[in-house]
Design a protein around this ligand. Structure first.
Ligand SMILES: C[S@@+](CC[C@H](N)C(=O)[O-])C[C@H]1O[C@@H](n2cnc3c(N)ncnc32)[C@H](O)[C@@H]1O
Length: 250
């Protein structure tokens, strides 16, 4: 399965998760969206029990095979957005991340499993930090930036607009008026969203080849002057997919 071997080959991503898992995994660990099982294997070293959950039946089979030799790992094929957990979690690992948490089910999954956590439960990752930049690009559809493409011109500073912590219920609908100040006179026709992942105390992981590639979102083309403030209403549903994204210039 190429997708899972690409995820495993993404060294920066895997090393960041491994380091955090080595530091914090203990007791009862859930690995939600286990995929190949790579993170569950790492967690099994320091934990009493790891419960690895995977929704996709083919991927579940792969995980089952990869994890069969580990006595303290149980593998379950289920949808983590509505599964009932048998134990309260000491640690929740959930790598269903996507830029701004839009196109994967991290948020609905976390909102479900919060019913089985307590104040001491440690979340890996802990949070994400989302930023927005005003840009000019040639894209006409929402597009991820991969291998440096598509190219874009930055027309404002990169501004943090949201921090999402996974240890409390998350409002799935994002709907906010965001302000950006143009730093040059030009035409603007897009915004760039970038997501940084807060792994453990103070450790922030930037986008990697397989994690949170920045997203270019077209907006109505407008002329902007250096120093001018542009207000954009940005809406999306976290877990609802890219077709829930809308922008309106105010
Ligand atoms: C980005 S992959 C991460 C795989 C693995 N944890 C890793 O880090 O390499 C996300 C995995 O979550 C699974 N998944 C997506 N939605 C899910 C859901 N609602 N419940 C359980 N698993 C889900 C996908 O099938 C996929 O295998």
């Amino acid at each position: 399965m190429k997708y899972h071997s690409d995820l495993i080959k993404d060294k920066k991503r895997v090393e960041a998760f491994n380091k955090t898992i080595d530091n914090y995994a203990h007791g009862i660990v859930y690995d939600l969206g286990t995929g190949s099982g790579i993170l569950a294997i790492r967690a099994s070293n320091n934990s009493d029990k790891v419960i690895a959950i995977e929704i996709n039946p083919r991927t579940y089979k792969l995980a089952k095979k990869n994890l069969s030799q580990y006595d303290n790992i149980e593998v379950i094929c289920a949808d983590a957005t509505n599964i009932k957990l048998d134990y309260d979690a000491d640690v929740i690992i959930c790598e269903m991340l996507d830029t701004a948490l839009i196109d994967e089910e991290q948020v609905p999954v976390i909102n479900n499993v919060l019913n089985y956590t307590n104040d001491q439960t440690f979340f890996i990752p802990k949070a994400v930090i989302n930023t927005i930049t005003l840009t000019y690009s040639k894209v006409t559809n929402i597009t991820y930036i991969e291998d440096g493409k598509p190219q874009y011109e930055k027309l404002s500073d990169e501004v943090t607009y949201q921090e999402v912590y996974f240890n409390k219920k998350i409002k799935e609908d994002f709907d906010e008026l965001l302000s950006l100040t143009a730093n040059k006179t030009a035409r603007a026709n897009s915004i760039k969203l970038t997501t940084y992942t807060l792994m453990g105390d103070g450790f922030v992981l930037e986008p990697t080849p397989m994690l949170n590639p920045p997203l270019i979102i077209p907006i109505d083309e407008i002329p902007v002057e250096k120093g001018q403030t542009i207000r954009i209403q940005l809406k999306y549903n976290m877990g609802g997919g890219l077709n829930t994204v809308t922008t309106t210039i105010k």
